[in-house]
Design a protein around this ligand. Structure first.
Ligand SMILES: [Zn+2]
Length: 195
């Protein structure tokens, strides 16, 4: 693997007990000892006034389940997602910069989750955001992830997705995440976004 990696930082561990995510949300396979390839996503609601936050949902999902889910989204939606990211993010530059920093021992996760990936908005100005990381076993891969995406950017992307895809995302949210309605209301219309 030519992508460098670091031990999974605390921010990408389970918020309620500080331990690493150990199983895939969907197929429940073990992730760490097996050296599985997986992603971690969290959705956070931030209250700037008293600087507190709620974790609306968080999970780890193996890439096999992730691909399976993406297969069910419409082609139009998948194209819209790809276009949206291509228009806003130079992932190659991002990845290369991470690799250079890792080589010179100057990589710090916090530098990469400080601003919205799409709009550059500082995290402290976001009421909602989602965090993403790509991992393998007990390592976080420096791949372009980690990143955060703010609520406004998620809304903008959601507007370009088909209703069918949005319904599917909501369905997965209900089926696998069991987000309580009072927290779900705190999310923008977009609800879930699986990237
Ligand atoms: Zn899985």
């Amino acid at each position: 693997m030519n992508k460098p990696s670091i031990a999974i930082p605390d921010i990408f561990k389970q918020s309620f007990n500080g331990k690493p995510f150990s199983h895939c949300l969907i197929c429940e396979k073990e992730l760490i000892a097996s050296g599985a390839h997986y992603i971690i996503e969290k959705a956070i609601r931030h209250y700037p006034r008293n600087n507190t936050e709620d974790v609306i949902f968080e999970y780890a999902m193996c890439v096999t389940c992730h691909e399976e889910i993406m297969r069910h989204y419409s082609q139009e939606s998948l194209q819209a997602m790809r276009r949206f990211f291509a228009e806003h993010v130079d992932f190659r530059l991002r990845h290369n910069t991470m690799v250079d920093m890792a080589k010179s021992n100057t990589f710090a996760t916090s530098d990469w989750i400080r601003n919205c990936l799409i709009k550059g908005t500082p995290i402290e100005h976001l009421r909602e955001y989602q965090l993403g990381a790509e991992c393998m076993g007990d390592q976080m891969i420096l791949s372009g992830m980690p990143y955060i995406i703010g609520g406004p950017a998620i809304d903008e992307l959601t507007m370009q997705l088909s209703n069918e895809t949005i319904d599917q995302m909501r369905g997965y949210m209900d089926q696998f995440l069991g987000v309580p309605p009072e927290l779900r209301k705190l999310l923008n219309d977009s609800g879930i976004l699986i990237l």
